[in-house]
Design a protein. Structure first.
Length: 85
């Protein structure tokens, strides 16, 4: 299992467009990806659940990856977060 924490810098947080891009990026990998904010956690492939977390600019989230390609997925998703979120 791999995890990393990221603080959202996107001014409007994780809304429809970046959430959709994130789901599209995650689908490239076999690993299960979970986004955790405080006490809440969601399967990152569930677009509506992800948007429903209300993640705003300045919020820190933990991204948890588990699966066969978790190393490659973690590296790619960290870069995705830095570039898009």
């Amino acid at each position: 299992m791999k995890t990393f924490t990221y603080t959202i810098t996107e001014p409007v947080g994780i809304h429809a467009r970046p959430a959709g891009l994130l789901v599209k990026e995650i689908k490239k990998y076999q690993s299960a990806v979970t986004i955790i904010k405080g006490e809440k956690s969601v399967n990152a492939l569930k677009l509506m659940a992800l948007m429903g977390m209300g993640i705003k600019c300045g919020d820190s989230v933990t991204v948890q990856l588990e699966g066969a390609d978790e190393d490659a997925a973690a590296t790619a998703l960290e870069e995705f977060f830095k570039t898009n979120l």
